[in-house]
Design a protein around this ligand. Structure first.
Ligand code: 4AD
Ligand code: MG
Length: 463
C-alpha cells in the first residue's frame, strides 16, 4: 500500500460529507464475518467511538484480512460513506487493508466485559479499553484546562523541585532519595553519615511544592504548580496513591476568604470545561459508571459552595445522631466518613470546612486570634470527600517560628522559608487540588488506581 497520511477517526466522524479516499490506522475492537462481507470496528483513541470498516471480496486480500484478530493493528484505505446502520453516521468501505501488527486469541481484551480490578492487572493494555480510553482522554483535556484557567488569570507556572531536603508538612512519610550503598553506607559513630550522600544531606521525594511555591508568590504575586507528589503512607484506600499529581496555586495579598473563592472558581471552571469539552466520554460515564453523573456535574457548576467553620461541623455531626466508626469530638481530625456525611447527607453539595484546631493542622497555617484554631480550609464534595486542602499562611515571623518549634521543626532547617517573612512579608494563601480526586469526581470512577495511568500504591509499581 502506498504511504498516505492518516486521518484521525474523530475528524472523520465529525465530517459533514462523504469522502472518497481516506486512510485510517488503529486497533481492532471487534470483527464480524458474513457471506462475502466482513465488519471490523477500528479505534485509534482519538475519540470514544470506533469506525466501522466494511470489507467485501473486492477488498485486497479479503480472505486474509477479514480474519484479523481483535487487538491487531491495521491501516485501512477506502471511501467514507453514510452508514445505514443505527448508532453511527459514517462507515468506511475499505478498498485496501494492511495488517501492521497481528494479535492472536490470547489477546486479553476480547469482547466480554472485564472488571476494573482485572484491567488494573494488565495496566499496559487497559488504555485500549472503552472505559480507560475515556478516562485518559478526560485526564488529558483537564490537564490543559488547569493551565488555561491559571494562564488566563495571569498566574505564573512554577516547577517546584521533585527532590527536596525538607518534609514540607509531615504530610506523609517521604520516600528517601539516596545514592549510598544500603549494604554498606558510610558511618560516623555508628550512624549513617548523610553528609556523604549525593546532596550532602538527607533528601527525599517531595510531598508538596507549597513551600517553594510561597517563595515565588512573594515575587510574582499569583503562581501555581502542577506536578507529581509522593507520599509513602501505607494507607491502602481507594483515594490514596503513593504518587499523585497536585495543583497548588499560591496567591499574595490574599486571606482565607479569597482562597476559598479561588478554589470555588477553579472547581466550577474545571467542571464546566469537562461538560463542554468531554461530552462524549462523560456520556459514557453517566450511562455505565455513575448514573446521574451529568446532572451532578451540571448542578455543581451552578451550586452555591457553603462555608462552615470546623467547630460548627463538629456540632452538626454530634447532633446528627449518626453512628460513626471514629468518635467525633472537638480537636479530633475529621475522618472521611465524617467528611462524606457532611457533604452528602447534611449539605448535598460542596462545602468548605474552615478554621480547624491548630494541633491537627500544619505549622504554616495562620494562627487565628482565638489562639486555638488556624485559617485552614478543606473543600469536601460528595462521593470523593476532601478534594482540596489549603490555608492562609502564617506571615508573621515570630508566630511562625514559635509554631515551628511547637511542631518539633528546627527553624534552622527552614531558614529560607522564614526569610520571606523577614523581608517584605505579606498575607498570602493557597491550596492543593488532588488531580486524581478531581478526575474521580468528574468520571464517577471510584478507585484512584483507575484514574492514573500507572498507579503506585503499596506493593504495586510494576508497569
Ligand atoms: O491536604 P493536602 O495534604 O495539602 C497539601 O499538601 C498542601 N501543601 C496544599 C497547599 O496548601 N498548597 O493535599 C492536598 C490535596 C488533598 O485535598 C487531596 O485532594 C490530594 O491533595 N491528596 C491526595 N491525592 C491522592 N493520594 C494521596 N495520597 C493524597 N494526599 C492528598
Ligand atoms: Mg488535607
Amino acid at each position: 500500500m502506498k504511504k498516505q497520511t492518516r486521518t484521525a477517526i474523530n475528524k472523520l466522524l465529525a465530517t459533514d460529507r462523504a469522502l472518497d479516499d481516506v486512510c485510517v490506522k488503529g486497533w481492532v475492537r471487534s470483527t464480524r464475518r458474513g457471506k462475502g462481507v466482513a465488519f471490523i470496528t477500528l479505534n485509534d483513541g482519538s475519540c470514544f467511538a470506533s469506525l466501522q470498516l466494511v470489507l467485501s471480496p473486492e477488498t485486497t486480500d479479503f480472505e486474509t484480512v477479514s480474519r484479523v484478530g481483535t487487538g491487531a493493528c491495521l491501516t485501512a484505505r477506502g471511501a467514507l460513506v453514510a452508514s445505514p446502520a443505527a448508532g453511527q453516521s459514517w462507515e468506511l468501505h475499505a478498498h485496501e487493508v494492511e495488517v501492521i501488527g497481528v494479535a492472536d486469541d490470547s489477546y486479553p481484551l476480547q469482547k466480554k466485559r472485564h472488571t476494573f480490578e482485572y484491567l488494573r492487572s494488565i495496566a499496559h493494555l487497559r488504555p485500549r479499553s472503552n472505559t480507560f480510553g475515556a478516562v485518559f482522554r478526560v485526564r488529558s483535556r483537564l490537564a490543559f484546562a488547569v493551565h488555561q484557567f491559571f494562564q488566563q488569570r495571569g498566574f505564573i507556572y512554577v516547577q517546584t523541585p521533585i527532590i527536596t531536603a525538607n518534609d514540607c508538612e509531615g504530610a506523609g512519610e517521604m520516600f528517601r532519595v539516596t545514592t549510598l550503598d544500603p549494604q554498606n553506607p558510610p558511618q560516623t559513630a555508628g550512624k549513617v553519615d548523610w553528609n556523604k550522600d549525593f546532596f550532602g544531606e538527607r533528601t527525599g521525594l517531595t510531598v508538596s511544592g507549597q513551600l517553594q511555591g510561597e517563595l515565588f508568590a512573594t515575587a510574582f504575586s499569583d503562581i501555581y504548580t502542577f506536578g507529581p507528589t509522593f507520599r509513602a503512607e501505607n494507607s491502602n484506600t481507594s483515594r490514596h496513591a503513593a504518587e499523585f499529581w497536585m495543583i497548588e496555586p499560591e496567591i499574595a495579598f490574599a486571606d482565607l476568604e479569597d482562597n476559598c473563592r479561588l478554589g470555588e472558581d477553579f472547581l466550577r471552571y474545571l467542571v464546566t470545561f469537562a461538560l463542554e469539552n468531554c461530552a462524549e466520554d462523560l456520556d459514557f460515564f453517566d450511562q455505565r459508571v455513575e448514573k446521574g453523573l451529568l446532572d451532578k456535574l451540571e448542578s455543581l457548576a451552578k451550586a452555591e459552595f457553603k462555608t462552615l467553620p470546623y467547630t460548627e461541623a463538629v456540632e452538626l455531626l454530634l447532633k446528627s445522631g449518626q453512628d460513626f466508626e471514629f468518635p467525633v469530638a472537638w480537636g479530633n481530625d475529621l475522618q472521611s466518613e465524617h467528611e462524606r456525611f457532611l457533604t452528602e447527607k447534611i449539605f448535598s453539595g460542596p462545602v468548605f470546612v474552615t478554621d480547624y484546631p491548630k494541633q491537627i493542622k500544619a505549622f504554616y497555617m495562620r494562627l487565628n486570634d482565638d489562639d486555638r484554631t488556624v485559617a485552614a480550609m478543606d473543600l469536601l464534595v460528595p462521593r470523593v470527600g476532601e478534594i482540596i486542602g489549603g490555608s492562609q499562611r502564617e506571615e508573621r515571623y515570630e508566630v511562625l517560628e514559635r509554631r515551628m518549634i511547637e511542631s518539633g521543626i528546627d527553624p534552622r532547617d527552614l531558614d529560607w522559608y522564614l526569610d520571606i517573612r523577614r523581608w517584605g512579608t505579606c498575607p498570602h494563601a493557597g491550596f492543593g487540588l488532588g488531580f486524581e480526586r478531581l478526575l474521580m469526581y468528574l468520571t464517577g470512577m471510584e478507585n484512584i488506581r483507575d484514574v492514573i495511568p500507572f498507579p503506585r500504591t503499596p506493593g504495586h509499581a510494576r508497569f
